[in-house]
Design a protein around this ligand. Structure first.
Ligand code: GDP
Length: 285
């Protein structure tokens, strides 16, 4: 995963001047405590954990160890800091599972349907509890899917843009997927990172849904990505049981009007621009 920041660690103007890396493990409190006491951060952004929903059915224990217990461990460590850093936990729309309300907002009940969603629901509640009970400036960014050229290759979005680029160059002959009707509210990750910073700059700690409010299907990714490289995806895509989920949320679409009103935030990048940006990056690889 370190390779995703290679461009920063190899930049001598940034690395060692504005960016410093410290090794730690979410299961190792002693090391994290030592870093916290030495660095004394003003802000703490927590994005760590096993984030793949499909994989969470295969490795539920370690998923919960990191996403659920890891978050609680951080909250406990932060509570002992003087002063206590502002804390942002990147939560997930998966906490809503198969919701009856659509779109979902900050008051929608949690009904997770995957080990990952259950772990994130626990972590999200803990952040609220530590805010309300111990007065921590702790926030949940309840993020719907957020994509970028740095997205892991096992997620459907990057799998598609990468395959479109590779097939167009003759490096791959087919693309095997699961449910093509899979629906998500997909946004552009850099837009969401802008919101994270705004959340911790806000006067009051709170939870915010970050989403585009628009649902698309896996098919839409195929249409735009393959059209960008001048190919017809129906000639290359196959479906296989292997990539079907045991349960798969279909009604996840977020209402980010609270973030719009309080933070003045709204997503800036269109769905089509995001897919094109990812295909362009994969063509350069
Ligand atoms: P997440 O499940 O929302 O974290 O994101 P994914 O990118 O893993 O999956 C998004 C949607 O794509 C889900 O509805 C999946 O069932 C669907 N999907 C269809 N084919 C695939 C595939 O080959 N890999 C993955 N990861 N998802 C797929």
């Amino acid at each position: 995963v370190r390779q995703r920041i290679d461009h920063l660690t190899s930049d001598t103007i940034i690395y060692g001047r504005r960016l410093f890396l410290h090794y730690a493990d979410l299961e190792d409190s002693t090391t994290i405590r030592r870093h916290l006491y030495r660095i004394r951060p003003d802000e703490f952004y927590h994005l760590a954990g096993q984030t793949h929903v499909g994989a969470s059915f295969e490795i539920p224990e370690s998923t919960c160890q990191f996403a659920a217990m890891g978050t609680l461990r951080l909250l406990e460590l932060l509570r002992d800091c003087e002063p206590v850093p502002k804390f942002l936990h990147v939560s997930s729309s998966e906490i809503f599972g198969n919701p009856t309300d659509s779109p979902q907002n900050e008051n929608t009940p949690f009904r997770p349907i995957s080990p990952y969603g259950a772990a994130k629901a626990f972590a999200t509640d803990m952040v609220r509890i530590y805010r309300d009970s111990f007065g921590l400036f702790a926030c949940n960014a309840i993020c719907y899917n957020h994509e970028s050229p740095r997205r892991g290759e096992s997620f459907v979005t990057r799998k598609i843009t990468r395959a479109a680029a590779r097939i167009s160059r003759g490096q791959q002959s087919e693309l095997v997927l699961g449910n093509l009707s899979g629906r998500r509210d997909w946004g552009f990750a850099p837009d969401y990172v802008t919101a994270f910073r705004q959340m911790l700059k806000n006067q009051v700690a709170n939870d915010f849904v970050l989403s585009t409010g628009v649902m698309h299907q896996v098919r839409d990714w195929l249409d735009i990505a393959f059209e960008a490289v001048g190919l017809d995806w129906t000639k290359y895509v196959k479906q296989d049981e292997r990539f079907q989920r045991r349960s798969d949320s279909q009604n996840l679409v977020g209402d980010s009007s609270f973030a719009q009103t309080v933070l003045g935030w709204s997503p800036q990048t269109s769905f089509s621009d995001m897919v094109h940006a990812m295909v362009a990056a994969d063509l350069e690889c």
